[in-house]
Design a protein around this ligand. Sequence first.
Ligand SMILES: *Cc1c(COP(=O)(O)O)cnc(C)c1O
Length: 381
Amino acid sequence: MTAHPPSAPLGDGTRAVRAGLPEPVKNEPPLPGPVFAAHFHLPGDVEGPYTYGRDSNPTWTLLERAVAELEAPGDESAETVVFASGMAAVSAVLLSRSRAGDIVVLPDDGYQALPLVRARLEAYGVEVRTAPTADDAQLDVLEGARLLWLETPSNPGLDVCDVRRLAEAAHAGGALVAVDNTLATPLGQRPLELGADFSVASGTKGLTGHGDLLLGHVTCRDPQLAADIRHWRKIVGAVPGPMEAWLAHRSLATLQLRTHRQWDNALAVAEALAGRPEVTGLRYPGLPGDPSHQRAARQMWGYGSVVSFTLPDRAHAERFLAALELVEDATSFGGVRSTAERRGRWGGDAVAEGFVRFSAGAEDTADLVADVLRGLDIAAT
Ligand SMILES: *Cc1c(COP(=O)(O)O)cnc(C)c1O
């Protein structure tokens, strides 16, 4: 490899294909395969990077470097800790940083498992306050808080808050700030550069993008915060398998190709939906008229693959989903194959019966838009 740093900042595609690769070694593969080990040879004193498989693993190390490079390009101090799932990463930050008597501020429209974490925090004696993501409303409940949790864009409502503004206010009051960056991926948004202390995400969604594994990650710049998160992972043992970690790293090479196509497809689908009288409550932060657009444009590099909208009622939404041929009726989002679901079937989210969360995949744009319009036509009759 070159001995000189590149003269200009590298583009997303270049960074994605190279992320976390080790220095080339003659006769070795560019991305070493998964290391399956519960323990490592350890004669004598306990020293060196790899001792026991719950503490560390070389396949995680490479993936952690890759995600850190994407979350904080050019920042050598950024450190990522990978987890077995997004919720393992989310609860690592929320549970490890909170003590009885602390005040934690959550969004009231975040991921559907957040209220479960809230109940756990309250059981431990933590005071939890919530406010909507929209209009930076969490600013109003920050007084005395130790930790502010943001989710932007929020899932599934797609509201956006101003991370810089909220982080500044939280820091002024002595609180740490975490952002759930799942929907955007590190190519769409870089929370640490916007002032957050933690960027947390589910790698199950767009980061890995193939709907075949669960993963989570936490990235921060402060070595003590990172060490605390690593320590928490060791205690709860929420570790990813080496195979999942390796598949995730392999998937990162196509992150830019996938996300850019998905963002283009999401915008095209949103534009097609905008022309339909039966569609209400259409949300996509990339649409110039969307209530989230101004804030999103100031802090995001791409607006994500998720579009949400409401059809007249449950039966109409079910007819639409059944009529789609290129879009699978399934939960989750961010995958290469488009998916959509009637979110109300889960309960838990405050959404209408006809509310649909649509995740644009990497299909050809014209094919996907044609399928959506055809599905709407069938559902309308
Ligand atoms: C899916 C998701 C999570 C949880 O991730 P898992 O990998 O399913 O545990 C957390 N936050 C957001 C915004 C999500 O979409």
